[in-house]
Design a protein around this ligand. Sequence first.
Ligand SMILES: Nc1nc2c(ncn2[C@@H]2O[C@H](COP(=O)(O)OP(=O)(O)OP(=O)(O)O)[C@@H](O)[C@H]2O)c(=O)[nH]1
Ligand SMILES: [Mg+2]
Length: 425
Amino acid sequence: MAFRDVIDIVAQGGKGGDGGMSFLRLKYMPKGGPDGGHGGKGGSVYIEAIDDVTSLDRLVGKRFYKGGTGGQGEGRNKAGKDGEDLLIQVPIGTTAIDTETGDVLADLLELGQRETLAQGGLGGRGNASFANSTRQAPHFSEMGVPGEQKSVRLELRMIADVGLVGYPNAGKSSLLAVLSNAKPEIAAYPFTTLSPNLGVIERGHERFTMADIPGIIEDAHMGKGLGLEFLRHISRTRLLVYVLDIAEEPVDTFKSLQHELKAYDSLLLDRSSLIVLNKIDLAAPHEVQMATNDLSLFGLPVIAISAEEKRNLDDLKDVLFSLLPEKSALEPLAKLPKQVNYQPLTVKRNLSGEAWIVTGTELEAIVSRFDAKIPDAVNYLQHFFKQTGIYKKLKKAGAQDGEDVVIAGAIFEYFDEEKAKEESS
Ligand SMILES: Nc1nc2c(ncn2[C@@H]2O[C@H](COP(=O)(O)OP(=O)(O)OP(=O)(O)O)[C@@H](O)[C@H]2O)c(=O)[nH]1
Ligand SMILES: [Mg+2]
């Protein structure tokens, strides 16, 4: 299967369970009090960093990830079960981006790090919660809230200390193989490596990781060869190693590589770097000396080696360890503030002038949690509207008794209680 480092998924939190609608029933007490418990919370969808996979391959073929639905509240004030959470395991270095807003939802840089992609919805309150001195037998309960839904792009940027870049066939994989525990494929043709390889290099108690990526050619930034997409995997390395074949115009190749890197991300040229001149077994000593001198003019350290004959590898290792800048904590990608589409409360007549439309994010969220077909629920909401001053607003706007008021798709009747009180006294 082809290596996958970008995958689009949909994460959906589970719906919260509805509040229970129940009344205590005892043998000698046929009309007991309300005892419906709360609905359970909907399950959330999480993403977690693990280290036993190096690509997103195992997510291929599955697009929807849904948290479990919360259980309904039950009698005897028993709460519904919480919906099951869903955990998506991905390699360290995976970033989750909300494709609708562009927000970075999560950037997993450490083993075991866990972040939420989509929250489950809250459970509704059971009818027992709505009982009070004037409403002793509420025949309604609150409904659970739907879970969040997010379209998410998962992108993997491997986390390695050192990144190898070079033309195809330069010997990058060979170098990784002789320096580390990795066993990448090596062959005498270009584009042998089609997906990144990661290895660990040790010296005493010290260790660092090295990534080998597919070869880059001239005009890769225009899509030639395998393109530049793979540079993503070295974008977080602390040290870049340019691997050059002594027999393939190393000076021109180096210039061309820098040109391509710059086209991808010009900051890559500021990264600590060194040049490895490989395959010196194929050249005479004076040729090695000349090529080394020419390359030194670029101002980077140059080490001449032979990966095949294992020449100068200890020197190279020493230079790698000495050049590796202090390990600073990786900077997570910026988490942009979430955009909340909050709408304040507004009251206006509908176009035909027959009804009043009341809108507002909070109010609509509350109304949508009750079934407007149940009279008790409507009474409860009417009371709530009065308390929160919505009827005052309607009165000010000129609402008349008996007119319809539409809130979140439910229809209520406007009634001016104060006026009624004045008239009756
Ligand atoms: N003579 C000689 N051959 C080498 C040396 N290092 C690598 N090779 C050979 O060069 C060829 C390419 O080596 P790879 O390690 O596969 O090269 P690569 O840079 O990973 O190539 P791609 O994966 O295609 O980008 C293989 O045939 C290696 O055996 C070396 O130091 N000397
Ligand atoms: Mg290779």
